[in-house]
Design a protein. Sequence first.
Length: 393
Amino acid sequence: MKNQLFIVCIALFCVSLSNYGQSNQEEKKYGVIWSGFVKTDFMFDTRQTVNAREGHFMILPAKENVVGGNDLNDQSSFNILSIQTRLKASISGPDFFGMKTSGAIEAAFFGNTDASVGELRLRHAFVALSNDMVEILVGQYWHPMFVTSVFPSVYSFNTGVPFQPFSRNPQLRITTKGKVKFIGALFTERDFQTRGASVSLSGIPQLHAQLQFGSASSTLGGFGVNLKTQRPALGTDNFTSTAFIGYFRTNVGKVTWKAEAVYGQNMSDVLQISGFGTTTNGDFINNDTFSMWTELNGDITETMEWGLFGGYSKNSGFGESVSFVNGFLGNNVENAMRIAPRIGWKSGKLTIGVEGEYTKAQYGSINSSGDISSKGIDRVSNFRLLTTAIYNF
């Protein structure tokens, strides 16, 4: 994959150079615009964490690991990483039967696994067709529950996980235009997959329907429903999970206020604290989870910005006895919360930011009735101090 992406990027770069040399008098039929950013993060954690890519993608503080009376996870760590650095090619071309065409290829150096940190990883790759009434997107893009007009603007690469749904999926998406938009999508899973079960093996794609009102430049809101059918293994039965999302964004003076709430079943594919289990009679059963977050942000001056993020998640368990469990974070987090203030200085294309991220989690265990019990288990917390430098181009 690394070599293939490198070859594609070189080919697109050559095409863009060729296109640049064309006469300005001739209407251009195609083109490539390059963009992206270089980002370096300095990270200090007061506790060991549940994370990805050498701690860069911080999710939650790690649960207690007591040996000889000492909690081995009660140790600090420090790292410097530039693997979030990103490169994007935005492609334009001639019309397709009267519809405008565009496309994008985007990659980062995050790698696909911890063993491939620093290698090029495909993020987005899609073709879009649009006219005055509708846009059709085909390819890999954000999960419909990651609303691109309403998501946390934190400096941390976790982008609000596990309170904010986070996933990119191969999909077919149709979005109508106007003050009221309908978004419909069918999709499957690739890099972000349901733990312990497969959507592809079920033979049925995930389905999503969403209504969105207003404009991202003023006030915007919406709600949606997600339907996922999955099969744990060949020879087992399919089972279905549902999820619901509601969100809004508005401006209060010079401050932007965003908020979102998610309630659903077995949402491990969007990095929520949830999963599924097997009942004592062998049936599959979903775990229910509620998550919410809100954020305020704005500019202090033309060169200074600020923000405040807060999130909360509650694991509701299964509601009946289970004999097997599979899910995100082992499905043993009863609840979690986070508060993250930030401040940044920006000039030209460069931003220098500082963010404090305090995250607390209550771990538990699944009792005989399928609920999450935290009796006798201490709550743990981590404070991450993040300093970042982001150079956009």
